[in-house]
Design a protein. Structure first.
Length: 115
């Protein structure tokens, strides 16, 4: 009764999960991590009704990869002020937490341990 409960062995990551973990470790605006993707997604919904950036479906052989894949980019519509405000609030909170040393130290340790 004295030992830890619910201890799981380390997960074996699939090649796709390994790639995503590596992307998170090297996140920059040009090579986004999870938070950056959430911000850019919220901006995409503010700029385009329905959030669709490209016309037509993604080709079968390109599913899971980002990019236009030869599809034309849909024009931006009028900005939705509610969604733009939501994106601004998210970005503001994200920038604030990036200034907290305890968080950035924890994040570095977590990425080192878990990818």
């Amino acid at each position: 009764m004295g030992g830890p409960r619910n201890v799981r062995p380390p997960r074996q990551l699939s090649p796709g999960r390994d790639r995503r973990a590596q992307e998170r470790q090297t996140a920059t605006p040009t090579q986004p991590g999870r938070a950056w993707r959430k911000y850019t997604r919220s901006r995409r919904y503010a700029n385009r009704a329905g959030g669709r950036k490209y016309d037509g479906p993604v080709p079968e052989d390109q599913r899971g990869h980002s990019g236009s894949h030869g599809r034309r980019e849909l024009p931006r519509g009028p900005e939705d002020p509610d969604k733009a405000e939501s994106a601004r609030i998210f970005k503001e909170a994200w920038d604030a937490v990036e200034q907290v040393a305890a968080y950035t130290d924890w994040r570095s340790e977590h990425r080192s341990a878990h990818g």
